[in-house]
Ligand binder design. Structure first.
Ligand SMILES: NC(=O)c1ccc[n+]([C@@H]2O[C@H](COP(=O)([O-])OP(=O)(O)OC[C@H]3O[C@@H](n4cnc5c(N)ncnc54)[C@H](O)[C@@H]3O)[C@@H](O)[C@H]2O)c1
Length: 256
């Protein structure tokens, strides 16, 4: 088991990529604090881990609240003894072009997707330094690496997540705090389901997505696999990277 004896906090653990990551971490031997907005969803992930013989606790936390994030880290330390790994995964997608995004939506997008990473890193940093190291992982996106039409707020927030990952990696190296991010392509999750439900012709959009991704649209477990590697000691010399896991969507143009 690749994370035996380690402890982790996963935000947004109640669904999608976060739930898959929490489940995979637990199956690799980690004790996992499953954090997120929805207490019921957090508990559902904990129950799924326990049903497979793993160890997990649920922590209700809003990643847009300084107090909640600080409290989340404290609660995890109290429940699990310490924190080796923090996965800043919680996020949302504000869709729209520059003439559609209101200022409040823009601010909300940055708060949920960018400032949340600042909050998480701040809350866990001194704890990891005192323990002689740790791992911080962030969920960015291919949308943060290449331009994406009609997603100016979301893509900008994920670009910031990539850059913050590199800055934190440089700051953390001397204290053996490794910081990396994963850049997923389209992955079948409730976030994507919601986006599709807002469209006039979701089937046409799904067919287009399938064409754009040479290996097809991904599953949450595909992203969890990347997080396991980056969290594990196998990645002990890896910091500051943006690991693209995207079915090939960012390779180049695909013929229609
Ligand atoms: N699904 C994709 O195609 C895709 C692609 C690239 C990146 N991502 C990123 O992956 C991450 C997970 O998204 P997902 O696709 O699994 O969708 P999801 O909607 O299933 O998961 C998002 C989770 O974040 C939680 N969350 C949202 N706002 C929160 C807040 N303020 N405080 C605490 N928790 C909050 C939600 O409750 C939910 O559990 C996000 O950062 C998303 O931007 C997703």
């Amino acid at each position: 088991m690749r994370l035996q004896g380690k402890t982790a906090i996963v935000t947004g653990a109640g669904s999608g990529i976060g739930r898959a990551t929490a489940l995979r971490f637990a199956s690799e031997g980690a004790a996992v604090a499953c954090a997120g907005l929805s207490a019921d969803d957090n508990v559902a992930t904990v129950r799924a881990i326990e049903a497979r013989g793993g160890n997990a606790v649920a922590i209700e936390a809003d990643v847009t609240s300084d107090d909640d994030v600080a409290g989340m880290v404290q609660a995890a330390i109290e429940a699990l003894g310490h924190v080796d790994i923090l996965v800043n995964n919680a996020g949302q997608a504000v869709i729209g072009g520059i003439d559609e995004i209101e200022r409040a939506d823009w601010d909300r997008q940055m708060d949920v997707n960018v400032t949340s990473i600042y909050r998480g890193a701040r809350a866990v940093w001194s704890h990891m330094r005192e323990r002689g190291g740790g791992v911080i992982l962030n969920t960015a996106s291919v949308a943060g690496l290449i331009g994406t039409p009609g997603q100016v707020a979301y893509a900008t927030s994920k670009g910031a997540a990539v850059t913050m990952t590199k800055c934190l990696a440089l700051d953390g190296a001397r204290d053996r705090i490794r910081v990396n991010c994963v850049c997923p392509g389209w992955v079948q999750t409730p976030m994507v389901d919601y986006h599709l439900s807002q469209l006039d012709d979701p089937d046409a959009f799904k067919a287009r997505l399938a064409r754009l991704h040479p290996l097809g649209v991904g599953e949450p477990a595909d992203i969890a696999a990347g997080f396991v590697y980056l969290a594990s000691d196998e990645a002990r010399w890896v910091t500051g990277i943006a690991l693209t896991i995207d079915g090939g969507v960012s390779c180049g143009l695909v013929p229609e």
